[in-house]
Design a protein around this ligand. Structure first.
Ligand code: V4E
Length: 225
């Protein structure tokens, strides 16, 4: 992914007919893929509690999701994704208030920054692409991922990638239009795979995230996983 793209997305719980519905709407299956995500943080979860999410994805490399500048209200999320290692290292040093780590890759700064593995799981994903009629989807097509994690949790997400903040409202309009067409309920926040993983396997970490979420205005995918 190009640096600094904004990922606007809405999660939903897929049903048995979701793939068929995507086909009816003209969606094309881009690929089916299986990958392992390993997430890293400090023992106190300094990154996640600040809404930064560092992971190594099998065959893709390092990714850091960073909160956008704008306040997000509603069930969707909006993150900037960094994939270039120097940019990730520099952002990690800023969030963790550390200086002078040099120009090594992410793996080289894990230990000096006190980062360790906090979660690791495998996802089976079918990735769909869709262009709704009557829009400018050529510029930013809708993507729908249908994921099943190896610990049994299934979640879908409708996603649009945009270059700047000003494009977010139009992206959201498209996401909601497609969600309606898919028959996806959007009134409740659907948790991310990582959040469900932490709740099931590391409840103390999950509690730490809940503490910070209850003092924040926006949800973090922690309701009823
Ligand atoms: C950003 C985030 C988390 C990290 C995982 O993000 P997610 O979009 O679930 O990852 P995935 O596997 O779908 O990756 P992709 O291939 O799409 O990049 S875990 C929790 N969050 C934050 C968060 C939030 N603030 N609000 C909601 C509703 N969900 C998640």
């Amino acid at each position: 992914m190009a640096q600094g793209l904004i990922e606007v997305e809405l999660k939903f719980i897929p049903g048995p007919g979701t793939e068929e519905r995507l086909q009816e709407l003209g969606g094309t299956l881009e690929h089916r893929v299986t990958f392992r995500d390993t997430y890293y943080d400090t023992p106190e979860l300094k990154l996640m509690r600040a809404d930064y999410w560092l992971r190594q994805r099998q065959d893709s490399g390092w990714e850091l999701k960073c909160p956008g500048a704008a306040v997000v209200s509603g069930p969707h999320t909006q993150y900037k994704e960094l994939t270039a290692e120097p940019a990730i290292v520099s952002q990690l040093c800023e969030v963790l208030e550390t200086e002078g780590l040099g120009a090594g890759g992410v793996a080289a700064v894990l230990s000096p920054l006190g980062l360790q593995e906090v979660a690791s799981f495998v996802t089976n994903r079918s990735a769909w692409k869709l262009e709704l009629l009557g829009g400018d989807e050529e510029k930013s097509p809708l993507r729908v991922d249908l994921d099943t994690a190896d610990f049994g949790y299934a979640v879908g997400e409708v996603e649009v990638l945009v270059h700047e903040e000003a494009e977010v409202p139009a992206a959201l309009e498209k996401i909601h239009r497609l969600s309606n067409m898919l028959g996806v309920p959007v009134q409740e926040t659907v948790p991310a795979k990582l959040i469900v993983y932490l709740q099931r396997f590391h409840p103390q970490h999950y509690q730490r995230l809940l503490e910070v979420n209850s003092s924040r205005e926006r949800p973090q995918g922690t309701k009823h996983p």
